[in-house]
Design a protein around this ligand. Structure first.
Ligand code: UT7
Length: 337
């Protein structure tokens, strides 16, 4: 059972611990996307494609791409500053920083350590890699430290610079991806609110379907490969299924959901997930037409925009659903406080 409810903690070294679990929730949100817009029309000049094909098959109209001087850490830092301001906290209030990314500038040091330094935070920092499911994985990871009372405020960032790893001669993939970062502050919230259910999963047997190999002996080697049709089938099946499992873990169903915030990969995949959950599209947040697929960043950017546009009210049940390379999937159910 994946439900996080306050209750007497189970044993520790054979004894019943006196602590109770604390509810963890999102208390601040922010995002940053590069200013540079790459339109479908511009892509027509790079590969044999058309604006009509891209819109029909994906729903994407444009995406953002980093300009010289911008990088993953700078996008993450800007998103983080905005989330901290929204939460009313300073960097010194942070106990941990987790950056979910699959497009780091370096294998090491971590992007999280770069963000820690840029913010002037004094806390631990690490990266987490679960591709497009990464933000939800990181959110659930952070919530465990809050639940046990060992930490008070954790910054969870989903950030990607997909444009660095895209093969700009491959029309199957280059039309899909974009750059950006979204951040959430995770802290204790009132009982009954915050993260009330989740589902995490992986099936590494599908790893070859969507991958980006690093071969240190070659130059310009790391490029995204995707078997679009197979990933599409996996996504249609798993996106609804993981959301249902997360909802069932806290005794809810699709009819109880006020807002679905799905991974923004393809409008057709999102529509099929909404159908499986018996949810009208009015209850689904979609912004992929503006940003394309920013991998681990899609969900926190969408959440941040949903908050800014008052699509989320106190007491709402919000479901986050991600899926992607690994293959991985991840869902979280939140009662907004
Ligand atoms: O976050 C990561 C998770 N990834 C995903 O969620 C992606 C899942 N997959 C998809 O979203 C879709 O499979 C794509 C959008 C990638 C492709 O759409 P599709 O409807 O599955 O197209 P397809 O791969 O079946 O290709 C149909 C045709 C092919 O031509 P033929 O073989 O029928 O002659 C492709 O070569 O469309 C062609 N095609 C294109 N045509 C114009 C593929 N890419 C393009 C393009 N422009 N960019």
């Amino acid at each position: 059972m994946n439900v996080l409810v306050p209750r007497a903690a189970v044993e520790s070294n054979g004894q019943i611990a006196s602590k109770t679990l604390v509810q963890a929730g999102i208390t601040g949100l922010g995002h940053r996307v590069p200013d540079r817009i790459l339109t479908n029309a511009e892509l027509e000049t790079l590969v044999e494609t058309s604006d009509e094909w891209i819109r029909d098959r994906t729903g994407i109209e444009e995406r953002r791409i980093v300009a010289p001087g911008e990088n993953l850490a700078s996008l993450c830092e800007a998103a983080a500053r905005s989330a901290l301001e929204n939460a009313g906290l300073s960097a010194l209030d942070l106990d941990l920083i987790i950056v979910a990314t699959c497009t780091p500038e370096n294998l090491f040091p971590s992007t999280a350590a770069q963000v820690q330094n840029a913010l002037g935070a004094r806390c631990g920092a690490f990266d987490l890699e679960a591709a497009c499911s990464g933000f939800v994985y990181a959110l659930i990871c952070a919530s465990q430290f809050i639940a046990t009372g060992t930490m008070k405020n954790i910054l969870v960032i989903g950030g990607e610079v997909m444009s660095r790893y895209v093969d700009w001669t491959d029309r199957n993939t280059c039309i899909l991806f974009g750059d950006g970062a979204g951040a959430a502050v995770v802290s204790a919230v009132e009982d009954g609110f915050g993260i009330i259910g989740f589902d995490l999963g992986a099936d590494g047997s599908g790893g070859e379907l969507l991958h980006c190999a690093v071969r240190p002996t070659e130059t310009n080697n790391a490029q995204i490969f995707q078997n679009g049709r197979e990933v599409y089938k996996f996504a249609v099946e798993q996106m609804g299924a993981t959301a249902v499992r997360a909802l069932e873990s806290c005794g809810l169903s699709g009819e109880d959901v006020d807002l679905l915030v799905p991974h923004q990969a393809n409008i057709r995949i999102i529509k099929s997930a909404a159908k499986r959950l018996k949810m009208p599209m009015e209850k689904v947040f979609v912004n992929l037409q503006k940003y394309g697929n920013t991998s681990a960043a899609t969900i926190p950017i969408a959440l941040s925009e949903a908050r800014q546009s008052n699509r989320i009210q106190s007491g709402d049940t919000v479901v986050l659903v991600g899926f992607g390379a690994g293959l991985t999937w991840a869902s979280a159910v939140l009662k907004w406080s």
